[in-house]
Design a protein around this ligand. Structure first.
Ligand code: COA
Length: 331
């Protein structure tokens, strides 16, 4: 059986930098509170005149393809993770496909929030391992800032979430390396702990003035519950990946956790007893970009030379659903 290997990564973030000081001007918050509770110093918010989920994904994908030494026409299939698609339907996968000029190839959309990129990677990995496709573009892209309540009422969520896109090119290889395993989990009991309720389809009228007044289109999060579950599930799913591959936590060269919150990443780092240089965080500059956070971090880590040939890379995520997932990769 073939293996699948990441041969190129790329990312794109909107130009507009929103600092904590900028947020102080629009809501009752402080730089100190945000840094202490989340680690975030600044984040990127999209420009409605310029950025869409699909065109940010296109920019990230073109970089990933260039880094892989490929052209768009080499791609056989697209797996696109986002919970903020440009349209209610169709998903953004087909829009990316169109922007890349790849009309005809399949495009699959994944809606697993912060775990979305690892779910997408897992699907792509299975398609390659079975021989169905040779080269797959795996993307995570989000525009969260337009669903945030930027008043004081929404401050516990709106200081955290942000926009951006990341991509990876996955290709079949005969080498004994690449994606060693992926592990996917979910628990729908907690669906409403972190969600955007509308536009839901199970209503008599999908859109009404009352609905709009009720602000059910904004992101709602029970931060305490999310935090408590995240720290347990992150460690659990990393241990699961290590056990499956008969490896120890000391074998990990670089852990790239979903950039949920710096405190969560630090908690997991402590549980795993990993030194600072073995955990990659960039939430300080990009905030939490949901499905885009892992591919942005992976791409940035590659650019900085922190991912080397034969390194053991562990990706791990937790988020809305609840969902959680990990991937262990021999680079
Ligand atoms: N600025 C200033 N004060 C704020 C604030 C902000 N941005 N957001 C909330 N507060 C206030 C609250 O109103 C509350 O005030 P009160 O004590 O007067 O009622 C106080 O800070 C504490 O609020 P609380 O929600 O208990 O804070 P917390 O320590 O739990 O931190 C989170 C809130 C959201 C930072 C924290 O729960 C968290 O990190 N959760 C995980 C979130 C996450 O990772 N989400 C992504 C998952 S993919």
């Amino acid at each position: 059986m073939k293996n699948s290997k990441i041969i190129g990564t790329g990312h794109y973030v909107p130009e507009q930098i929103v600092t904590n000081q900028d947020l102080e001007k629009i809501m009752d918050t402080t730089n100190e509170w945000i840094v202490e509770r989340t680690g975030i110093q600044e984040r990127r918010w999209f420009d409605p005149e310029k950025d869409t989920v699909a065109n940010m994904a296109t920019k990230a994908s073109k970089k990933a393809l260039k880094n892989a030494g490929l052209v768009a026409q080499d791609v056989d299939f697209i797996v696109f993770a986002t919970i903020t698609p440009d349209y209610f339907f169709p998903g953004s996968g087909v829009l990316l496909q169109r922007e890349l000029g790849l009309q005809g190839i399949g495009a699959l959309d994944i809606r697993n929030a912060c775990s979305g990129f690892i779910y997408a990677l897992s699907v792509a990995d299975q398609f390659i391992k079975t021989g169905m496709y040779k080269t797959i573009l795996v993307v995570g892209a989000e525009i969260q800032s337009s669903a945030l309540d930027k008043s004081t009422e929404g401050r516990s969520s709106s200081v955290i979430f942000a926009d951006g896109a990341g991509a990876a090119v996955l290709q079949a290889t005969q080498e004994q390396k690449g994606i060693l395993s992926t592990h996917l989990h979910a628990d729908g009991d907690y669906a409403e702990e972190l969600y955007v309720k509308d536009p839901g389809s199970s209503r008599k009228v999908r859109l009404s003035k009352e609905l709009l007044d009720g602000a059910t289109f904004n992101l709602t999060m029970n931060g305490n519950t999310v935090f408590k579950h995240a720290v347990v599930r992150f460690a659990e799913v990393i241990h699961e990946a290590l056990a499956q591959n008969k490896m120890q936590k000391e074998d990990i060269d670089l852990l790239i956790p979903h950039q949920a919150n710096l405190r969560i990443s630090q908690f997991v780092q402590k549980q795993m007893n990993l030194p600072d240089e073995k955990v990659y965080n960039n939430i300080m500059h990009f905030g939490n970009t949901t499905a885009a956070s892992i591919p942005i971090a992976l791409s940035e880590a590659c650019e900085k030379g922190k991912v080397k040939d034969n390194d053991l890379i562990c990706l791990a995520a937790f988020g809305s659903g609840f969902t959680w997932a990990s991937a262990l990769i021999r680079w």
